[in-house]
Write a protein that binds this ligand. Structure first.
Ligand SMILES: [Zn+2]
Length: 106
């Protein structure tokens, strides 16, 4: 359907230019098709923006790493034990700042 959009537009404009079909019978369906494509693209952007959806199964944080998330709004700090998604969690309506420390054994 996506590949047929511009050829259909071209054929429609050609039919109007040659006078075979009245313009309203060509442009009304093309306008409907355009509205349909904009609607589908809007739903696609909503689906792509769902970054909170986990990429896979939860992964435990390695024992030599200490990952904390800090909220710039209220100062809350969270220790991450198991990573569920690659994006930082939100607090006070904003993304928390990740701080990663690697524990080195002496
Ligand atoms: Zn906060």
């Amino acid at each position: 359907m996506k590949r047929l959009f511009w050829p259909i537009v071209g054929v429609g404009v050609l039919l109007v230019v040659t006078g075979l079909v009245e313009p309203r019978y060509v442009f009304a369906p093309l306008l409907g098709l355009l509205i349909w494509r904009v609607g589908i693209a809007s739903f696609g952007s909503l689906r792509a923006g769902a970054a909170h959806v986990p990429d896979g199964p939860p992964v435990p944080v390695p024992p030599d790493e200490r990952i904390t998330y800090w909220c710039a709004g209220c100062g809350a700090e969270v220790l991450l034990l198991v990573r569920g998604a690659s994006v930082a969690p939100r607090h006070c309506g904003e993304r928390m700042t990740e701080r990663r420390e690697v524990v080195r054994e002496a």
